[in-house]
Design a protein around this ligand. Structure first.
Ligand SMILES: [Zn+2]
Length: 122
């Protein structure tokens, strides 16, 4: 179902407009989008909420200091994501590392994972 976010240029009100399908959306566009608040047709489409929902980090362009701060930050999900982004081939081809990474991303407690995986992990 297409969902579009708009901001009214006239009153600044932001609205999410839902359409049953793209034909519906086309018809609404042809007829002119109206601000539900003031009725203005000066609507600016905003970038989809889905696309900006997760800001994320570009780990590939991180400096080693930044990476270290993520590791030391102890946020398992973030560490997992970083490992997944960085690791690509070598790291992720190791089944143990891959499982750890996947569990970190799911939000598992890193200490618990460590115990489960055995002491040779670290
Ligand atoms: Zn308005």
């Amino acid at each position: 179902m297409p969902v579009y976010d708009y901001r009214c240029n006239s009153c600044g009100q932001r609205s999410a407009l839902f359409y049953k399908n793209y034909a519906d959306y086309d018809r609404a566009r042809t007829e002119g989008l109206r601000c539900p608040n003031c009725g203005s047709t000066e609507m600016t489409r905003l970038i989809s909420r889905v696309a900006v929902a997760k800001p994320g980090r570009d780990y590939a362009n991180m400096s080693s200091d930044e990476m270290l701060s993520v590791l030391e930050g102890g946020d398992g999900r973030e560490v997992g994501e970083m490992m997944q982004q960085m690791g690509q081939d070598e790291v992720m081809s190791d089944p143990v590392t891959r499982e750890v990474t996947e569990r970190l991303i799911k939000g598992d407690n890193p200490e618990k994972i460590e115990k489960d995986m055995g002491s040779d992990l670290v």
